[in-house]
Every structure is written in C-alpha cells, then in structure tokens.
Design a protein around this ligand. Structure first.
Ligand code: 4NP
Length: 156
C-alpha cells in the first residue's frame, strides 16, 4: 500500500515543516494528484502554536511563488495513527518522534526528509534556519524542493 497521508515535522512548525508542506502541495497540484493525498505539518513543541510561518520563511517562499498559510501546531498522539509517513527534518526531530511513537508500527512511519533528496545527496538533515541569515532560508527551500520531488516519485 502506497502512503497517502504525509506529515512533515520540525521543531517549531514555523519554518522548515510548513515550507515542506507548501512545496509538496504544489508538486501534488502540478501532478493533478492533490485529491489523493493528505499533507500536513507539525512541530515538536508548541511555542508558536497558532502562528503563521516565520515572516522570513514566508518572504523567501513567496519569491518562489509559494504562499504559506499553515498555522503552527504541535505533534499529537493521534498523528501517529492517522498519518502513513511522518517525516522529520533533523536528528533531533527524529529522536523525539521515535520517543513519542506508541508502537513499533508507529516508529516504522518515521522518515528523514533528506533521504528523499536526489540532488543534495550529501545532505543528511535540513538545518534549522531560525537563528541564521537569508542564505539559510534559501538552502532550506532548495533542500525541500529536491526532497519533495524525490518523495513524490516514490509515492505516486
Ligand atoms: P523550525 O524552526 O523548527 O524550522 O520551525 C524553528 C522555529 C522556532 C524555534 C526554533 C526553530 N524556536 O526556538 O522558537
């Protein structure tokens, strides 16, 4: 069975994972597959719950034509049941997700975003751009566009 419900996860759910959600939704729309998939994002903590993505992330996204409207929310226990793939951005996200999973079946849904890269094959995590500059945000989008394209190939 191919995965149909995909959850992207980062720390705050205001930079990397809502960007991943935006990239994946656009790729699915372009492939006329949006009705077959559920895509969402969430964060390991709730500090930014209810907020739109970081203004810098939205601004870099907008330059490539993405409009990010997701509102930050924390990962919930029910996400591990509902979603088929739960994709973390870095080691810390993945370790925290594994701790939160309630069964081996739920652990088996956890993936690493950069494992889907076909261009940035040396990257093994999507770095947190929050405390960095503009180039960090651009690099995050480059990685996510690459990884989401690889993910789409795998699941379509
Ligand atoms: P994200 O970036 O995990 O890509 O959403 C961060 C956003 C906020 C914080 C850390 C990372 N924070 O510490 O508030």
């Amino acid at each position: 069975m191919k995965p149909r419900k995909i959850l992207f996860v980062c720390l705050g759910n205001i930079c990397r994972s809502p960007m991943a959600e935006g990239v994946m939704l656009r790729l699915l729309r372009e492939a006329h597959l949006e009705n077959q998939f559920t895509v969402d994002s969430a964060g390991m903590h709730s500090y930014h719950q209810g907020e739109l993505p970081d203004a810098r992330m939205r601004s870099h996204a907008a330059r490539r034509g993405y409009s990010l409207t997701h509102r930050s929310r924390p990962v919930r226990a029910a996400d591990f049941e509902r979603f088929d793939l739960i994709i973390g951005m870095d080691d810390s996200n993945i370790a925290a997700l594994k701790e939160r999973a309630a069964s081996l079946e739920e652990v088996a849904k956890i993936r690493r975003m950069t494992d889907y890269c076909t261009l940035y094959t040396d990257a093994d995590y999507v770095p947190d751009p929050y405390y960095g500059g503009a180039s960090g945000f651009e690099y995050v989008i480059n990685l996510l566009e690459d990884a989401c394209a690889g993910l789409l190939e795998e699941i379509r």
